[in-house]
Design a protein around this ligand. Structure first.
Ligand SMILES: Nc1nc2c(ncn2[C@@H]2O[C@H](COP(=O)(O)OP(=O)(O)OP(=O)(O)O)[C@@H](O)[C@H]2O)c(=O)[nH]1
Ligand SMILES: [Mg+2]
Length: 196
């Protein structure tokens, strides 16, 4: 009887849980994106003022529930000396959101190098990646084609994983759906082997 009841409880209340890493250079907008996401998906979440967010030293954790799925986000600091900590979290992650500051042309090649290092990590093999070209609310920002060109020599290193590029503004919460599908490959490449 107990087993039956606990099974029923689990069936109703237990959620599949996935860990998503949020990576990218410092100042890219990772923490702003996480806060915006929590505000949007957690009804009672008041959140901090987005303009008060300061650089992350360590990590921020945020959780949202989407239907029966719980997504746990790990937002890691992007400063040079903190990037060496990223790979400590790779083994636990089911997906990566890589954020690029579209207003910072000067650091685009630095961002590309960090991205390249991340995607070539064996531990992350097959893990889906969402690339967000952030700060699109700024009129002078780089477009998706500009960013694709700068990242073009990474394409072959993406391997057999889902990878989608999207333009967004973490600050305003706007995003352009289907703006650009840089590459979509076999859908069934999740780390846990479950069908998507
Ligand atoms: N205009 C504009 N500014 C943004 C946007 N997203 C973030 N910012 C600003 O960019 C700056 C850095 O944002 P953060 O969210 O702290 O960046 P981060 O990637 O978490 O940086 P680290 O924690 O240092 O790795 C802040 O001043 C934000 O207000 C955006 O979509 N548009
Ligand atoms: Mg941060």
């Amino acid at each position: 009887m107990y087993t039956l009841l606990s099974g029923l409880y689990k069936y109703i209340f237990q959620r599949d849980e996935y860990c998503i890493l949020i990576l990218g250079l410092d100042n890219a907008g990772k923490t702003t994106f996480l806060e915006q996401t929590k505000i949007r998906f957690n009804r009672n979440y008041k959140g901090m003022s987005l303009s008060k967010i300061t650089t992350t030293v360590g990590l921020n954790i945020g959780t949202i529930d989407v239907g029966k799925v719980r997504l746990m986000f790990w937002d890691l600091g992007g400063q040079d000396e903190l990037q060496s900590l990223w790979d400590k979290y790779y083994a636990e992650s089911h997906g990566v959101i890589y954020i690029i500051d579209s207003t910072d042309e000067e650091r685009l090649s630095e961002s590309k190098r960090a991205f390249e290092k991340m995607i070539t990590s064996e531990v992350l093999e097959g893990v889906p990646i969402l690339v967000l070209a952030n700060k699109q609310d700024v009129e002078t920002c780089l477009s998706i084609p500009d960013i694709k060109t700068a990242f073009s020599d990474c394409i072959n290193k993406i391997g057999k994983r889902d990878c989608l590029t999207q333009a967004c503004s973490a600050l305003t919460g706007r995003h352009q759906e289907g703006n650009d599908l840089s590459r979509i490959t076999a859908p069934n490449n999740r780390r846990d082997g479950k069908k998507n």
